[in-house]
Design a protein. Sequence first.
Length: 373
Amino acid sequence: MGFFDNLKQQMGSQFIEVIQWLDESSDAMVYRFPVYNQEIKMGAKLTVREGQVALFVNEGKAADLFQPGTYELATQNVPILSTLRGWKYGFQSPFKAEVYFFNTRLFTDQKWGTPNPVMMRDLDFGMLRLRAFGSYTFRIADPKEFFNKVVGTHGLTTTEDISGQLRSSILSGFTDALGESKIPALDLAAKYDELSRLGRDKLGAEFATFGLELSKFLVENISLPEEVEAAIDARTKIGVFGDKMGAFTQLQAAEAIKVAAANPGGVAGVGVGIGAGVGIGQAMASAFSQQPAAAAPPPPISAGTAARWSIAIDGKTTGPFTDQQVIELVTSGRIAADAQAWRPGASGWAPVATYAEFASVAMPPPPPLPPSK
């Protein structure tokens, strides 16, 4: 091979004639075609496959964008690049430019979560610390904006490269959406779909600032602190037992016995366990019972107002009489002070005047003595 043939081959190897990206990865978002210190030949073939777009960049400035298809590079299909290059008299060959391919397909099953608890104000439990996680789906919607905000001079950008920034945005937006929803903590598990919609609406604008489209946002789980979950479980049990708090207390005691039996102290800790169970039952009854307090029972009838006296009058048993009624019978003279009386608890019949209940009663004076003959 002669000198000129070698020179022609070396010069020809510097010219790029086919520009394409064969993507075999699952997470590559952007690929920079290797044109460093190489030149693109006028009339080179550009192939953009489905799910891709190609962007020509001149000295860090985004220029011409190519949708899926096959192109033969000429002045008419790189008008922005021609203007930036200052080609006043047509397309120059060869030329240097950076070519970036963008993957525009959906990137699914991207995970998000709260590395630290999220604070939430709840009407039932006050301030709560919540943890949440889920998934989201996004795609590149504006390649030029994504290039300006994210890619810069990176040769290859994957989902892992931007996941940290996206998760920070998700955490901030989801916290706002959760607070604005004002959904009680007890109802969160039934509102995942609603929270997902609120989160997507809240985060969509934030993703758009990166040239991305948030296609789907899912809340898969929200976990409450253990102490709050325990309180909810106890409240559920109270709802099952209703007013039968005795049965609930017995259940707490039985559970305490099981715990004590499993401890090294064995049955020795049963007393403490039962006490704890009873205390928990009483505390839960006081804290969560929504039923009004039962009315206090009426006071017992005092002995003085009870009809309990039986009186023997003319050989017949009469009554029962109250204490006051017996006093009135005696003071009015309808019965004598030595009339036989009996009440429950007495050992037998005895004169009225001998009972302690009537010791202070002024008995009527005896009748006058009959005249002497």
